[in-house]
Design a protein around this ligand. Structure first.
Ligand code: HPA
Ligand code: ZN
Length: 339
């Protein structure tokens, strides 16, 4: 078996389709923004922050993730957060990113929707101009909050509709099935927004069916529990519905006990359109390149597997077809000389 190096992984042009911008808030920036905004964190030092990142499940992570997000207050904070992520993209050769943001995490604390999206958009435009990274924003509804709050968020988003590609659904999955948001997703789709949803991370395959049938999503975020339902696997394969898989996240949140047990390769073998993503890289111990590298090692992925995953990341993106073709050609051109 060939050993895949970090520099080979870096050479692969990649897209990231499952990244929560609030989950890219690293300890250093968190401390800096807490000082700048005079916000008292419950952590005294960078080591304190890092030590807190021990999770037993999704909820234990979300509690800490919402705590950290409090330091984001001004437009400049959202700019800095997004810019820092784009610089990491550049390091990993991520050339396209479809980025989740959680407006309710901020509007519930009195930060305006305008502040959140304007700061991010300014960084994304600069990233496009100066780093050559294309991007879309995906606005997520927090599923632990009521439908009325999601509708209010959709209203607030409408003046900025041209900056938003799709709506998504995240936060605590168990007990909050996609059906709870069928009406707000319908309204969002009527406004021309595409749809995705987290499903089958901790929740059962039925939640994935609901996301497909009731929310009419184009992709499933995570979806690793689809393997428990052969009919669902057959459906995802036939319709080529992408699963945005996040291996290091699944490891940290104990969806799989060991990365060697992860079903990424099994999903690939079943003909599912999967790719690798980092989810909340500042909390889960790795950005996109790290996720590729750790999976290559743990699952003995070949160079051809990694190329397939990178190709899938563009095929499953919301880029227009000509841009997808350009990216697929770029993979062939940059990587044909490799192994
Ligand atoms: N699942 C659900 N909600 C989230 C996640 C996740 O992995 N990351 C940030 N919000
Ligand atoms: Zn996620």
């Amino acid at each position: 078996m060939n050993f895949i190096s970090r520099s080979q992984i870096k050479k692969l042009p990649k897209a990231e389709l499952h990244l929560h911008i609030e989950g890219s808030l690293g300890p250093e920036l968190m401390m800096k923004l807490a000082k700048r905004n005079k916000i008292k964190l419950k952590y005294q030092s960078l080591d304190d922050i890092r030590a807190a990142y021990q999770f037993s499940n999704l909820q234990s992570f979300l509690d800490i993730y919402y705590e950290g997000a409090q330091v984001l207050v001004c437009e400049e904070d959202f700019f800095d957060l997004t810019w820092e992520y784009l610089l990491r993209c550049k390091e990993d050769n991520v050339v396209h990113a479809e980025i989740f943001f959680d407006p309710q995490t901020h509007t519930e604390r009195g930060v305006s929707f305008n502040t959140v999206i304007t700061g991010m958009k300014r960084a994304l435009d600069q990233g496009n101009r100066e780093l050559g990274i294309s991007s879309y924003l995906i606005m997520c509804f927090l599923r632990h909050l009521p439908e009325t709050s999601a509708f209010k968020t959709l209203e607030e988003a409408l003046p900025f509709k041209s900056w938003i590609k799709a709506v998504g659904l995240d936060s605590s999955e168990l007990g909050h099935p996609p059906s709870k948001f069928a009406r707000v997703f319908e309204a969002a789709r009527e406004h021309g927004l595409l749809a995705v949803a987290h499903a089958g991370e901790e929740g059962p395959p039925e939640y994935i069916w609901e996301a497909l049938e009731l929310l009419k999503v184009r992709r499933i975020d995570h979806g690793v529990r689809s393997m428990e339902d052969p009919k669902l696997i057959q459906y995802l394969q036939q319709k080529q519905i992408p699963l945005t898989v996040c291996p290091l996240s699944n490891l940290k949140l104990k969806v799989f006990k060991d990365l060697r047990d992860h079903n990424l390769k099994k999903l690939m073998n079943a003909g599912i359109l999967v790719m690798i993503n980092s989810d909340d890289p500042a909390y889960f111990g790795g950005y996109l390149g790290d996720n590729y590298f750790e999976c290559a090692k743990a699952l003995a992925l070949s160079w051809e597997d990694l190329k397939t995953l990178a190709r899938n990341s563009f095929s499953a993106s919301f880029l227009p077809d000509d841009e997808k073709t350009r990216m697929l050609n770029l993979i062939e051109r940059t990587c044909s000389d490799h192994m």
